[in-house]
Design a binder for this molecule. Structure first.
Ligand SMILES: NC(=O)c1ccc[n+]([C@@H]2O[C@H](COP(=O)([O-])OP(=O)(O)OC[C@H]3O[C@@H](n4cnc5c(N)ncnc54)[C@H](O)[C@@H]3O)[C@@H](O)[C@H]2O)c1
Ligand SMILES: [Zn+2]
Ligand SMILES: [Zn+2]
Length: 400
């Protein structure tokens, strides 16, 4: 079968690899109809992980079940399914408590597993014609309709970025009426804005410096804040001072001039506010510690790895980052972080799509055949205005 293969820093190729097949009784093989490129893939593409050359990439996958092992009971050939990027067993201590992101049995080396990803086990990715899905009963989410219908591009976002954006708002404790700041207007940040709006937030600010991405955040219902227009924390505080809510303040509430809830959707490759040519992995977090009010909450879904060969300093190379913990403690902030347990949310978010209350596919800019992957990676890696989210379609004919 054809698949997108990691070749080395800034290099992927579409190659013929061995077909996916049933390897264990609980497996399914899925024919891929849509598979997305993720900001997380860019960490590998940028050479910031120890992913082995030759690995088939792709953890945001959906398609149609083509074969099932003898132990599969609830999924059958022909079912249309989307797969959470994390692979769980369904029976371990963590899976049973809803932490499918931290399955204890699927990956021998660590308490988490995913398709085609560094340090997440031996599983191949789905940027390919077919994908092997372990523990298919647990990992396949059934979908109505037929491939290529009006929900195809909404459903594929259930594999990762929408549940991940939702998880950011969950960790940040967003409820109706909340004031929220989301750092990053990449696909995950835009989905966090969208989720906050769906959860009934009153004001949702989104901070980035790329106009086309901020425009997607605006389409999601957010208020765009461009870092290049000045200190984003000050910009949000100024807007909050001007907002109608300020007329309702009680004594002392002027100390609450920021927002109550923050989402970090940038990760360790964050840029400095002062100089976009420089990385500052803690810039969004430092901003959020300033911006979130005393007693507020922050959810970190941007990735911070345990090792980064190109880290900005010796500490960062070992996954140690200096943040203003004292200020965070003094403010009594609650901070949550980690991989999104996609399976905890995907079913409910799917139903919002089916009944027409949500249509997250507005974030997608490109739908391309598998052969276009090398260019698509290069263009998405520029993190510019135009390539806001790319979906690969293995069954789409390559442009001749
Ligand atoms: N926790 C999870 O389960 C999970 C799942 C998917 C993705 N992620 C991670 O989420 C992060 C975002 O993913 P994405 O696909 O949106 O990536 P992306 O790289 O496309 O987007 C990142 C955005 O952050 C912006 N940015 C850079 N520095 C900034 C700063 N200082 N302040 C505000 N914005 C800044 C960039 O301009 C860019 O638009 C990545 O680290 C990715 O690995 C985590
Ligand atoms: Zn992803
Ligand atoms: Zn498990």
């Amino acid at each position: 079968m054809k698949a997108v293969v990691y070749k080395g820093s800034h290099q992927v190729a579409v190659e013929s690899v061995e077909d996916s097949r049933i390897e264990a009784p609980g497996d399914a093989v899925v024919r891929i109809t849509s598979t997305a490129i993720c900001g997380s893939d860019l960490h590998m593409y940028d050479g910031r992980t120890d992913i082995a050359p030759g690995t088939v990439l792709g953890h945001e996958n959906m398609g149609v079940v083509e074969a099932v092992g003898p132990g599969v009971t609830s999924i059958k050939v022909g079912d249309r399914v989307v797969l959470p990027f994390n692979i769980g067993c369904g029976f371990c201590y963590n899976c049973l408590r809803g932490f499918s992101s931290d399955c204890l049995t699927v990956n021998q080396a660590a308490p988490h597993a995913a398709y085609g990803y560094a340090n997440m086990g031996p599983f191949r990715g789905g940027q390919a014609e077919h994908l092997r899905v372990p523990y298919a009963d647990y990992n396949c989410l059934k979908l109505p309709g037929t491939p290529g219908d009006e929900h195809e591009d909404d459903f594929v976002l259930l594999a990762d970025i929408w549940p991940t954006g939702w998880h950011g708002t969950e960790l940040a404790g967003v409820v109706p009426g909340s004031t929220v700041a989301v750092y990053g207007a990449g696909p995950v940040g835009v989905m966090a804005v969208y989720s906050a709006v769906l959860r009934g937030a009153s004001e949702v600010y989104c901070i980035d410096r790329v106009p086309g991405r901020l425009e997607k955040a605006r389409q999601a219902g957010g208020i765009p804040i461009n870092i290049d227009d000045g200190d984003p924390v000050e910009q949000v505080m100024q807007m909050r001072r001007d907002s109608g809510l300020q007329g309702a303040l009680r004594p002392g509430e002027d100390k609450m001039g920021g927002v109550m809830h923050g989402v970090e959707a940038v990760g360790f490759q964050a840029r400095s506010d002062a100089d976009a040519s420089q990385e500052n992995p803690v810039q969004p977090l430092e901003d959020l510690i300033r911006l979130v009010n005393p007693t507020g909450q922050i959810g970190i879904v941007g990735v911070y790895p345990a090792q980064d060969p190109d880290g900005v300093d010796e500490a960062a190379k070992q996954g140690r980052y200096q943040i203003s913990l004292g200020q965070a403690f003094t403010k009594g902030l609650r901070i949550g972080m980690g991989q999104a347990p996609v399976k905890r949310y995907n079913e409910y978010l799917r139903d919002l799509i089916i009944v027409g209350r949500a249509k997250p596919s507005f974030v997608i800019s490109h739908r391309l055949p598998l052969d276009a992957a090398p260019d698509a990676y290069k263009n998405f890696d520029a993190r510019g205005s135009e390539y806001t989210k790319v979906i690969l379609k293995p069954e789409m004919a390559a442009a001749s």
